[in-house]
Design a protein around this ligand. Structure first.
Ligand SMILES: Nc1ncnc2c1ncn2[C@@H]1O[C@H](COP(=O)(O)OP(=O)(O)OP(=O)(O)O)[C@@H](O)[C@H]1O
Ligand SMILES: O=P(O)(O)OC[C@H]1O[C@H](OP(=O)(O)OP(=O)(O)O)[C@H](O)[C@@H]1O
Ligand SMILES: O=C(O)c1cccnc1
Length: 486
C-alpha cells in the first residue's frame, strides 16, 4: 500500500455521489466549490493559512491504484466495471486557486477554490478539508504562542509524543514553524521540510547515571558547544543548578560554554528567576534558561507577567493537539454548477444567516488604506473589477450589516493564487523559509487590535454591492413563497 497516495482518504459518500453522477451521465458537469471556515479558533482575531503544500502533493499524486480499484470492486455499493474503469483513469484535471500558506485569514474568506468536473471536485473534498483544517488550526495556535513569547524568545516545537499520530506530528510541526516557531524536536519534520531541529536531554539520562553531576559531565563532554542540562530530575535549585554551574565552570576551562539549563516542573517563574541570579552570580550570564511543561500562550503570558527569566520555550502537547480548540470547522461548499451548459450560482439556505452559503465563484481582495494597513477583505464576483476610481469603498459585515466603514484612499491586493490550471501545477511553491518570512510580512499589514490574543477587534470580510445583491436575489428566489426552484 502506497501510504503517500491519499486518493482513498475520502468519505464513502463522495464516491457514492460520484458513482450516482456517473450512472446519471452528469459526472462531467462543471462545478465550483469554495473552502472556508466560519468561526475562528482559540478566541483569535485571525487564523494563519496552512496546508497548501500537502494539498499540492495530494493532487499531484491523485490516482486510484489497482489495489484501491480492487477494494472498491468489493464494496456493497456494487460499482460497475465501467465506473471502476473511469476511476482507473481518474486524474485531477481542474483548476485550484488558494491563498498562499502564511496568509493571515478570516472567517468566510475562500481559502481555496476548486473548479472541476463534479466527479473530481467531490472526491477531493475530504482530503482538502482534512489538510487545511488541521494545519491552519496548528499554525494559528503557533502564532498565538509566538505573540506571547515575543520576538526575542526562542520557540522549540516538542509535541510529537502527544500528537494525533505521525502525520499530525510532522505536518503540524511544519505549520507551527511557518507561523513562528524556530525549530522542532521532530527529526522527520526536520528532514522532510528543512526545519532546524533542536534538543536537550530527558530525565532518563540523569537517572541512568550514578549521580546527576556525572550525568551532566558526560553529556556536556559529548556536546561541549551545545549542551542544555535538564536540572529538575531531583531538586532543580538545590541540586540541578549547582551541578550545572560546576559543569559549566569545567567547560570554561576547556574554552567551552554551557549553552543552557532546562526547567520542566514546579514553579517556572520562581525557579527561572532564582536560576538566573545563581547563574549570573557564578559569572555564567551567557547560559540561557529553557522551560517546558504543558506550556501554551496563556501560561507563557502569566510566566512573563511574573518576571520569569526564560529565553527558550519548549512547547508540545497544547500546540500540536490544538488542545483548547481541537478542530477548525472549515467547510467546502458548492457555489456554482453547470446547468444546461451554463454555470449557475448555487446556495444552501439555513435558518441561521451565518450558515447561508454565498453563491458564485469569487475573487478575494484585501483592501489596504493609504498607510498600507489592511482595512478589510472584499469578495466580488469572479471577473468583477473593484472600482478604484477615487470613490470610497464601503466595507460591511454581510451578517451584521450595521457594522460597516468607508475607506477613501485604498489599494486592493488579490489573495487567491492559481495553484493548478486544468490539472497542471502552475504555482511556484515557495520554500519554507520564504513562507515563514511571508507570514511575518502579512502580520505587518494589520493593526495590533486585530492581532491581540484576547478579545481582538473584528476584521470585516465584506461583499461587493453586486455580490450582495445577487445573494439576496437568490435567497429570495428560494424563499418558500417562490415555487419555481422547488
Ligand atoms: N509560575 C507559574 N505560574 C503559572 N503557571 C505555572 C507556573 N509555573 C509553572 N506553571 C505551569 O503549571 C503547570 C504545572 O503542572 P503540574 O502541577 O502538572 O506540574 P509539576 O508540578 O511541575 O509536576 P510534574 O513534575 O508532573 O511536571 C504547568 O502547566 C506549568 O507550565
Ligand atoms: O509539556 P509539553 O508542552 O508537551 O512539552 C514536551 C514535554 O515532553 C517531555 O516530557 P514528558 O511530557 O514526556 O514527561 P514529563 O512531563 O513527565 O517530563 C518534556 O520534558 C516536556 O515536558
Ligand atoms: O529536547 C527536548 O528537550 C524534548 C524533546 C521532546 C519532548 N520533550 C523535550
Amino acid at each position: 500500500m502506497d501510504m503517500d497516495n491519499l486518493t482513498l482518504n475520502t468519505d464513502n459518500y463522495q464516491l457514492a455521489m460520484a458513482y450516482a453522477h456517473y450512472v446519471n451521465g452528469t459526472y462531467q458537469k462543471k462545478t465550483v466549490f469554495e473552502l472556508y471556515f466560519r468561526t475562528l479558533p482559540f478566541g483569535s482575531g485571525y487564523a494563519v493559512a496552512a496546508g497548501l503544500e500537502r494539498v499540492v502533493r495530494y493532487i499531484e499524486n491523485l490516482h486510484f491504484s489497482e489495489e484501491m480499484i480492487a477494494y472498491l470492486a468489493q464494496q456493497p455499493e456494487r460499482y460497475s466495471a465501467e465506473f471502476l474503469e473511469e476511476l482507473r483513469n481518474f486524474r485531477f484535471t481542474g483548476t485550484i486557486r488558494a491563498v498562499p500558506e502564511g496568509t493571515v485569514v478570516f472567517p468566510n474568506l475562500p481559502l481555496l477554490q476548486v473548479e472541476a468536473r463534479v466527479l473530481e471536485a467531490q472526491i477531493v473534498e475530504t482530503a482538502l478539508l482534512n489538510a487545511i483544517n488541521f494545519q491552519t488550526l496548528i499554525a494559528t495556535k503557533a502564532a498565538r504562542i509566538r505573540r506571547e513569547v515575543g520576538a526575542d524568545g526562542y520557540l522549540i516545537e516538542m509535541g510529537t509524543r502527544r500528537a494525533h499520530e505521525a502525520d499530525a506530528a510532522v505536518w503540524g510541526t511544519r505549520a507551527a514553524y511557518l507561523a513562528g516557531f524556530d525549530s522542532t524536536s521532530n527529526m522527520q519534520a526536520g528532514m522532510q521540510f528543512n526545519i532546524p531541529t533542536k534538543g536537550t536531554h530527558s530525565h532518563s539520562w540523569v537517572q541512568t547515571h550514578v549521580n546527576e553531576r556525572e550525568a551532566f559531565e558526560r553529556f556536556a563532554n559529548v556536546f561541549p558547544d551545545s549542551t542544555t542540562l535538564l536540572v529538575d530530575t531531583y531538586h532543580a535549585l538545590e541540586s540541578g543548578l549547582p551541578n550545572a554551574i560546576q559543569v559549566a565552570k569545567e567547560l570554561e576551562k576547556q574554552g567551552k560554554r554551557l549553552f543552557s539549563i532546562r526547567l520542566d516542573s514546579g514553579d517556572i517563574a520562581y525557579q527561572s528567576k532564582t536560576a538566573r541570579n545563581m547563574l549570573d552570580e557564578a559569572g555564567l550570564s551567557y547560559v540561557k534558561i529553557a522551560a517546558s511543561n504543558d506550556l501554551d500562550e496563556q501560561t507563557i503570558l502569566h510566566l512573563k507577567a511574573q518576571g520569569a527569566k526564560v529565553d527558550i520555550w519548549g512547547v508540545g502537547t497544547k500546540l500540536i493537539t490544538g488542545y483548547d480548540h481541537p478542530a477548525l470547522g472549515g467547510v467546502y461548499k458548492l457555489v456554482e454548477s453547470e446547468i444546461d451548459g451554463k454555470m449557475e450560482p448555487c446556495i444552501k439556505i439555513s435558518d441561521n444567516p451565518e450558515k447561508i452559503t454565498t453563491p458564485y465563484q469569487k475573487n478575494v481582495y484585501r483592501i489596504l488604506n493609504a498607510q498600507g494597513k489592511a482595512e478589510g477583505d472584499y469578495l466580488t464576483l469572479r471577473g468583477e473589477q473593484v472600482a478604484s476610481n477615487g470613490e470610497p469603498i464601503k466595507l460591511f459585515d454581510p451578517v451584521h450589516t450595521h457594522s460597516h466603514k468607508r475607506v477613501a484612499d485604498y489599494t486592493v491586493r488579490p489573495l487567491l493564487e492559481t495553484i493548478f490550471e486544468d490539472g497542471r501545477l502552475v504555482y511556484a511553491r515557495p520554500d519554507i523559509e520564504a513562507i515563514k518570512a511571508y507570514h511575518q510580512e502579512q502580520l505587518q499589514l494589520f493593526d495590533p487590535e486585530y492581532l491581540r490574543n484576547l478579545n481582538p477587534a473584528i476584521y470585516l470580510v465584506s461583499f461587493s454591492p453586486l455580490l450582495w445583491r445577487r445573494k439576496r436575489e437568490l435567497i429570495e428566489a428560494y424563499s418558500p413563497q417562490q415555487s419555481s426552484y422547488r
